[in-house]
Design a protein around this ligand. Structure first.
Ligand code: SAM
Length: 275
């Protein structure tokens, strides 16, 4: 079979399985199986595939159709213009999390030798992106999952920023050795009932009944964790902005507090700056 015919068949199978981005995902699976870039795949459209290649692609498609995310199958996902290794121990980084990175970059561009903390680092998407974009930044990356920290460290090494990041195992901001200029957190914020069937780690998603357990605990533990004029940036889910703003105001009574919307117009980040 020619590549273009296999691609068409894979698209058809993914589409019938109700996978929304069947076109894109079919391409990602074929590129992964055949070790080709997007241009390579296009240029080789008329190449004949051997039976073992067709069999391998079919096995990958079986995994996708049975619910495994394409990023776990290929082991990678792009975030803020860089490729991150991902595996079932970490959340697959989401495009909406790039708003946290953008806001953090805006803040640290005004600070010399900024100190930044990424609480709940997962794959290291936020910590590694910031360390790569801001070479004079000192970054702390915290997670309560050892395999997540191993994954974040691998990504830091691959992006050449391992020496800018200190990886800390522990609960929320507790392991930080001192106050920081910007504390960023994309913690679990999904209601327990809504994440039981997810292939991604419960530890990364489950925010308890109401979804805000981890964020509330973080807000209540901010004392001594921020430098004067320091910032907190929290990613949130739909409908959580009001509650999280209140939590932040209670925790930091002198802070300015606000929100940032994502591209879909949903409040996605709650920020606070200490007075
Ligand atoms: C939603 S994921 C975010 C991962 C990554 N920062 C991203 O944006 O793609 C949340 C992460 O927080 C970690 N986590 C959950 N509870 C935690 C806690 N109490 N202390 C530290 N990390 C925690 C999870 O292990 C997971 O890696």
């Amino acid at each position: 079979m020619k590549i273009k015919d296999v691609l068409g068949a894979v698209r058809g199978r993914l589409d019938s399985a109700g996978i929304e981005e069947a076109w894109l995902e079919a391409e990602l699976l074929l590129r992964h199986a055949l070790c080709l870039g997007s241009v390579g795949l296009f240029l080789e459209h008329d190449e004949e595939l051997g039976p073992s290649q067709v069999k391998l692609i079919s096995l990958l498609v079986d995994r996708r159709v049975s619910g495994e995310p394409v990023a776990y199958i290929t082991g990678k996902r792009e975030f803020y213009g860089r490729e991150f290794h991902v595996n079932p121990h970490v959340l697959i980084p989401r495009p909406e999390t790039e708003h946290l990175v953008e806001k953090a970059l805006e803040i640290v561009s005004l600070i010399k030798y900024p100190v930044v903390a990424d609480i709940g680092t997962g794959s290291g998407a936020i910590a590694v992106s910031l360390a790569a974009e801001v070479p004079d930044a000192r970054v702390f990356a915290v997670d309560i999952s050892d395999p997540a920290i191993d994954t974040a460290r691998l990504n830091a090494r691959r992006q050449g920023v391992e020496s800018s990041i200190t990886f800390l195992y522990g609960d929320l901001a507790e392991p930080l050795p001192g106050p920081v200029d910007v504390l960023i957190a994309n913690l679990p914020y999904v209601n327990s009932a809504d994440c039981v069937a997810s292939p991604e780690p419960q530890l990364a998603l489950d925010g308890g009944i109401g979804g805000l357990d981890a964020i509330e605990r973080l807000c209540n533990s901010l004392e001594g964790k921020l430098r004067l004029g320091g910032w907190v940036l929290l990613e949130i889910g739909q409908g959580q902005a009001e509650t999280v703003q209140r939590l932040l105001r209670e925790a930091l009574p002198d802070a300015r507090v606000g929100t940032i919307k994502d591209l879909a117009g949903i409040d996605r980040v709650v920020w606070g700056q200490t007075g």
